[in-house]
Design a protein around this ligand. Structure first.
Ligand SMILES: [Zn+2]
Length: 227
């Protein structure tokens, strides 16, 4: 019998080839996909103990994680767009040769927004029917005054519980919304393929991601043409 991980593995190959073909990208490796859930016996995954924390994180949060340096994706969700987003992250980290995230906290948040933008964008290329439901329904944090922001965030906490941190919500909201915008600009041909290729390959060293974010937020196609 074919395991669910094997089904996902085949999809991962298809998705990666689709993204590479669309944007003329070349990546020599394809990640291994491991489907995990609450009843998965870690010992049967064939992974060394050093993966245990990641495995626990993915299972407990019902999420997915891409371990680029290990060419591995752990995934606990069955939606195709989740796998597509992880493949987008994998391609991005491989092509840009990203080994570690920026250390400085503020730049790290904006770096992560960039990462989630590209991940979400990649998933839209694979599955254009994906909707930015969770994050798109709330008011844009960057457009709120401080009192409005406090009100909006307490609403979010009421709906999601304490596990959602302000920083985390902010970075996914901004990343996914930018990814959505990038997608619509791309399919309406306002952004050429070459520019998208540049985004995957962008050298992240010494990049001021907060500046880049502010520029992209207000003038996306123009900025991309200058990158
Ligand atoms: Zn992501």
């Amino acid at each position: 019998m074919v395991s669910y991980s094997e089904i996902l593995q085949q999809k991962a190959i298809d998705y990666q080839i689709e993204l590479e073909t669309e944007f003329n990208l070349e990546c020599a490796v394809i990640p291994e996909i491991k489907y995990v859930h609450k009843r998965t016996d870690f010992n049967e995954l064939g992974l060394s103990n050093s993966y245990y924390d990641e495995y626990l994180y993915v299972v407990e949060n019902k999420s997915a994680i891409t371990l680029t340096d290990k060419n591995l994706i752990l995934i606990a969700l069955k939606e195709d767009y989740v796998l597509a987003e992880e493949i987008g992250h994998f391609l991005h980290f491989k092509l840009a040769n990203i080994r570690k995230s920026p250390a400085q906290t503020e730049n790290l948040t904006y770096f992560n927004i960039y990462v989630e933008m590209l991940g979400y964008f990649s998933s839209k290329i694979i599955d254009p029917t994906r909707e930015n439901k969770v994050y798109g329904e709330y008011k844009d944090f960057t457009k709120l005054s401080k009192p409005e922001l406090i009100k909006e965030y307490s609403l979010i906490k009421n709906n999601f519980g304490d596990r959602v941190t302000f920083n985390n919500f902010f970075l996914y909201q901004q990343g996914y919304c930018l990814g959505d915008e990038l997608f619509y600009h791309y399919i309406s041909k306002q952004i050429p393929k070459k520019q998208i290729k540049n985004l995957y390959e962008l050298n992240v060293e010494n990049m001021n991601f907060k500046n880049l974010f502010n520029l992209m937020k207000y003038n996306l196609p123009q900025i991309l043409n200058k990158l």
